[in-house]
Ligand binder design. Structure first.
Ligand SMILES: *Cc1c(COP(=O)(O)O)cnc(C)c1O
Length: 357
């Protein structure tokens, strides 16, 4: 049976990217050697890095005064590294859920943290808007897509202080005005690559704003100045990321994937709103295009396990909601084909036929 992969992360990658990755593991560029067993300091791998850089710049329209680097660890590593590099006195954070809270916790080790806005009061079911941003902050940190709760900023906010964004789960899913950000980072395992790499896009002038003497590996300057080659970078995830970027370009780039993502999300949200068995969990205007959360409607709560089995039997994978939210979460990342969303919608309709009271 065909599987429909709604996993939240690590998550679906394009079939052709997986195939290219498998080929490179066996024989990289016809070299007779595996990608897994060559030095990262070779001409062939230099080319991978250069191509990834060029594609990332082209697809996201990254200006020349921004640098891209990759490091191991995860987005969670960046939670403390961002603060270690830039939090001198006080930083601002917007608290929109689990990942924001984790970033806040790490930042507090390095200085004062002001919670500039929060959606904690309504269980993180919306994105705070129109909040004032104090001008005495070293930076403002936001999480653009809240993978667990299913909310997402649909606009790049204007900030009088350097804006730093965790874009782990919506990078390259929609057009972004990079010039609004001082830094964008994320774990690569949601929309770009297998786990093990972090991407970071940083405005060059930020490197002069590093506030303390840091271990070499923690300083962002190290990775920019050495082109991600100070130590051994996560070679395999970077290769796959490059192939994902190539795939994205081949289908029409960010504008086209955004069009597809809007279409997929609309299909599923329409069904959630229309089907009496289900309801959405967050404010409509803040609904994520990537992580679509829903629960059984009032009076139908007890059907949740039965629907889960029903969907599983029809090939749906990874639709169980995060334990903090319950219900269901269908992650509809870039590589998820429209047919998978259609299959889930059909499944919800079929279930409704036999269960609506
Ligand atoms: C998955 C995720 C993280 C955590 O990433 P790791 O690479 O596992 O540390 C952080 N932020 C967001 C928004 C995420 O979706």
């Amino acid at each position: 049976m065909k599987k429909h992969n709604f996993n939240a992360g690590p998550s679906i990658l394009p079939d052709e990217v997986i195939r290219k990755a498998a080929e490179a593991i066996v024989d990289f560029n016809g070299s007779g050697l595996s990608l897994l067993s060559i030095s990262h300091r070779t001409k062939d791998f230099d080319e991978v890095m250069a191509e990834a850089d060029a594609l990332f710049r082209e697809l996201l329209r990254i200006p020349d005064n921004y640098k891209i680097f990759y490091v191991g660890g995860g987005a969670s590593t960046m939670f403390y590294e961002v603060a270690a590099n830039f939090l001198g006195k006080k930083a601002g954070y917007v608290n929109t859920g689990v990942w924001s809270k984790k970033a806040i916790k790490e930042a507090k080790r390095y200085g004062e943290v002001e919670i500039v806005a929060s959606s904690d009061d309504r269980d993180f079911t919306y994105i705070p808007k129109g909040f004032a941003i104090p001008e005495d902050l070293d930076y403002l940190h936001i999480t653009t897509n809240n993978t667990i709760y299913g909310t997402e900023y649909h606009e790049d906010i204007a900030s009088p202080v350097p804006l730093i964004a965790d874009m782990s789960s919506d990078i390259l899913s929609r057009p972004v005005d990079v010039t609004k950000y001082a830094m964008i980072y994320g774990g690569a395992q949601k929309n770009l690559a297998p786990a093990g790499a972090v991407f970071a896009i940083i405005r060059e002038d930020m490197l002069d704003k590093i506030v303390r003497d840091l271990p070499t590996m923690v300083s962002f300057r190290t990775h920019v100045e050495n082109n991600s080659m100070f130590n051994t970078p996560p070679v395999f995830p970077i290769y796959v990321l490059k192939e994902t970027l190539k795939w994205l370009k081949s289908i029409g780039g960010v504008e086209e994937i955004y069009r597809r993502n809007v279409e997929k999300a609309q299909l599923l949200y329409d069904e959630i709103d229309r089907n009496p068995l289900f309801r959405g969990t967050v404010a409509k205007e803040d609904r994520s295009l990537m992580n679509i959360c829903f629960v059984m409607a009032d009076g139908y709560e007890e059907l949740a396990p039965e629907f889960m089995e029903f969907a599983k039997a029809r090939g749906m994978v990874g639709i169980k909601g995060h334990r903090l939210v319950g219900g269901f979460r269908a992650s509809c990342y870039n590589a998820l084909p429209r047919e998978s969303v259609e299959a889930l919608v059909a499944c919800m309709q079929e279930f409704a036929k036999s269960h609506v009271k």
